[in-house]
Design a protein around this ligand. Sequence first.
Ligand SMILES: [Zn+2]
Length: 128
Amino acid sequence: MPVYDYECQCGATTEAICGINTTEIKCRCGKTAKRIISMSGVHCGNTDDTTWARAAVEVMDKDSHNPIVRQFIKDPTKANLKKAMKAEGIRHMEPGERPITRTPFDLNRHTEKVMERHMEKGRIEVRG
Ligand SMILES: [Zn+2]
């Protein structure tokens, strides 16, 4: 089942794995949190649009501070999606192209690289 974001009046956002028809869940505070993004909420004219809209939603940064992106997440209309896509530099998918997936940040590899650089630097400093 897909993961949806639910937003409460208290400002809390809850991520939950719910059925497509679950538009409301109970927030930690006890109030009702409403689903803020859903594929069924994106009204598109044809199948191709649905495909790229889904890809756009997947790559959209839900913690973005960009007001245009936040606006789209709150109100996922086609017009807002277009603006958000432009703001985030996301384009339509080419026919047959697979949805964009974010590469998870590899912390171990990153640390390794920094250490390598640090060691190299250290060696030069010792020699000088
Ligand atoms: Zn709440």
